[in-house]
Design a protein around this ligand. Structure first.
Ligand code: PMP
Length: 369
């Protein structure tokens, strides 16, 4: 695109928010021809017969119509999938175009004068970004050097800033670990506003926050179908007390779930056993990758309950480049937070991809030492 004319540039300058003008649009790394281990996608496709069946289902969808009852079918299917009814009639579920959109909706909903949003850092970047775009101060509380919750610092920050929203990603991104349950419960008890458990990586984790949601009505649980295996489909969901969900629902763009997205997600839930097998394979590969990393000199691999492993290497930039040269794409997270110095985030892939990653990482480390 050519530069805007001087008059348009001046008009934009006086019309658009300064912070928006200073931002960069989200950049997607080109990945064609790479083993793609940078964004925690499920590496598996559906078996061919199911793909064909899905194609036929999607072909029958009336794309000339706005989304209607199918959105409600999806809401009910996700509630069943998550076991929401076991929590009684008091809970409800709303839908987002990915959980990114739910983060935006919650940040809009809780933007009262004096509001403040809080999350441990390093964490998922959208909490801070959405807060800032909403004009709400964001307080990030550093984790310990082993990426555990710093309970004293969290309690002090809660007391001082009285956050209206507290985000707890369980497991956390990019550190991949699950925090101590008792510490989490004490934070839930201390929080004066809403506490949102972001369970994007729940298919790979050993526990979830549903028991806490049952006991504390200010606890919300947010999940996504992205890591489950539908990153391209864009379905996120938020569960919690009916009264809270009803308020968030008012901010939901009426047609945010396309008819194709709803149908594809319903199809996936009908075949949840296939996705459960895929998640089991990913968990198995995670353990295989963790053992291989533990045997690599100079590498520290942090404990993971997700479909990624955070590792510290002697020189992350050079290791990243050496992997890229071998057509393997991972994420260099070193610059995201001082605690992440020299850290790379490795997404867990197929058995074949794990083999390639281990081989290439071994070579890359030799080359860069
Ligand atoms: N939460 C966490 C912790 C994530 O890591 C991500 C994506 N990487 C998301 C939410 C957003 O996922 P989506 O918008 O695809 O649902």
């Amino acid at each position: 695109m050519t530069a805007p004319s001087p008059t348009l540039a001046a008009r934009l300058q006086r019309t658009l928010r300064q912070d928006v003008q200073s931002m960069h649009a989200y950049a997607i790394q080109p990945s064609a021809g790479f083993v793609k281990l940078d964004t925690m996608e499920n590496p598996h496709r559906l078996p061919e017969a199911l793909q064909r069946e899905l194609g036929e289902r999607l072909a029958r969808v009336a794309i000339n119509r706005y989304p209607a009852e199918r959105t409600e079918d999806l809401r009910a299917a996700l509630a069943r999938h998550a076991g929401l009814h076991e929590l009684g009639e008091g809970c409800a579920l709303t839908l987002g175009n990915g959980s990114d959109e739910i983060i935006t909706m919650l940040c809009m909903a809780a933007d009262k004068p004096g509001a403040c949003y809080m999350a441990p850092l390093p964490g998922f970047v959208m909490y801070e970004m959405s807060a800032k775009l909403q004009g709400v101060p964001f307080v990030g509380v550093p984790l310990t050097p082993r990426f555990e919750l710093d309970e004293a610092a969290m309690l002090a920050a809660i007391e001082q800033h009285r956050p209206t929203l507290l985000w707890l990603a369980c497991p956390n991104n990019p550190t991949a670990n699950l925090w101590d349950e008792q510490v989490i419960e004490r934070l839930v008890q201390a929080a004066p506003g809403l506490v949102v458990f972001d369970e994007a990586y729940q298919p790979f984790a050993s526990r979830d926050a549903m028991p806490l949601m049952r006991r504390y009505p200010h606890v919300l649980v947010m999940r996504t179908m992205s890591k489950f295996g539908l990153a391209g489909v864009r379905i996120g969901y938020l569960m919690g007390a009916r009264e809270v969900v009803a308020e968030v629902e008012k901010l939901r763009p009426p047609f945010n779930i396309s008819v194709l997205n709803a149908e594809a997600a319903l199809f996936a839930l009908e075949h949840a056993d296939e996705y459960a097998r895929q998640a089991a394979s990913i968990r198995e590969q995670r353990e295989r990758l963790a053992s291989a990393l533990a045997a690599m000199p100079g590498v520290t691999a942090f404990p993971s309950q997700a479909n990624m492993i955070l590792v510290r290497v002697p020189d992350a930039a050079r290791t990243f480049a050496a992997l890229k040269q071998r057509r393997i794409l991972v994420k260099n997270v070193s610059a995201l937070h001082p605690l992440l110095a020299n850290c790379l985030r490795l997404t867990v892939g197929t058995p074949d991809e794990t083999g390639q990653l281990v081989q290439a990482l071994g070579e890359a480390l030799k080359e860069t030492s």
